[in-house]
Unconditional design. Structure first.
Length: 255
């Protein structure tokens, strides 16, 4: 059975990089704008992440995520633009509501930082198998228990979506109405939700039993089926990212 995850199986140089390099890139994208506090740096960081997603061939998979994030950020822009306490300069006014420059600039800062974080995480999630990520971290000394939790987090949402789709099809085959007016959909929601939750609990129990049978809690040193793969440029990329972060910190302190 194919593993359910957000990973997109494609051939690209982004896919070839090891998970540690991608994790370091997330830290780089997260902390560089916070250290330099610059619109330009945040904008460039978002642009670089989007270019990398395009190079990996997974940009279409990011559309639903970015759409949801934009919906949330629109409320931030409206609230900050209208009601931020530091607002002074009116940009435009619609009736009794005035949109202020200070609030919009602050909302833009938040928007760029959120987009920066989301796009950097999407590079990791969409181009890295969860099993490869966890195995790499376990090789570096992380507890296998924590690794299992990470894999579960990556898989739980796609798994429940797949389960919901299967249960919906089964209920339709039995004559249940699941489409139409909002009242009809709300009426069908609870009968669909129950099997999904019960199925998730049963899957959790089955996984726990499978892990015990395979000696998950054994203290004997474990071996790995596959050799660890690293990109030829991984060390160079990691070194450059670290140097840029250190350089930004030094510039912020002494500049």
């Amino acid at each position: 059975m194919k593993s359910i995850s957000l990973y997109v199986d494609k051939e690209s140089f982004i896919h070839d990089f090891d998970p540690i390099t991608k994790l370091l890139y997330i830290l780089f994208a997260l902390f560089l704008p916070l250290i330099l506090l610059s619109f330009t740096v945040s904008f460039i960081s978002v642009g670089v992440s989007i270019v990398l997603l395009m190079a990996a061939g997974v940009i279409r998979k990011t559309i639903p995520v970015f759409s949801f994030v934009f919906l949330v950020l629109i409320t931030v822009v409206i609230i900050q633009g209208l009601f931020r306490p530091e607002n002074e300069t009116i940009l435009f006014q619609i009736g009794p509501l005035a949109m202020y420059k200070e609030g919009l600039l602050y909302a833009l800062t938040i928007t760029l930082r959120v987009m920066n974080i989301v796009s950097a995480f999407l590079i990791l999630v969409l181009t890295t198998k969860p099993s490869d990520l966890v195995e790499t971290l376990v090789r570096k000394g992380m507890s296998p228990r924590i690794g299992y939790v990470i894999v579960s987090v990556f898989q739980i949402i796609p798994e429940m979506m797949a389960s919901m789709s299967t249960i919906t099809d089964a209920q339709r085959a039995r004559g249940m109405e699941t489409e139409g007016k909002l009242s009809v959909r709300m009426k069908a929601f609870l009968p669909l939700l129950g099997p999904v939750i019960l199925g998730a609990l049963i899957n959790t129990k089955e996984r726990a039993l499978a892990l015990e049978v395979r000696g998950f809690n054994s203290h004997v040193p474990k071996t790995y089926l596959y050799e660890e793969k690293t990109h030829a440029l991984s060390k160079w990329v990691q070194a450059i990212l670290l140097l840029l972060l250190v350089g930004a910190g030094v510039w912020r302190i002494f500049g």
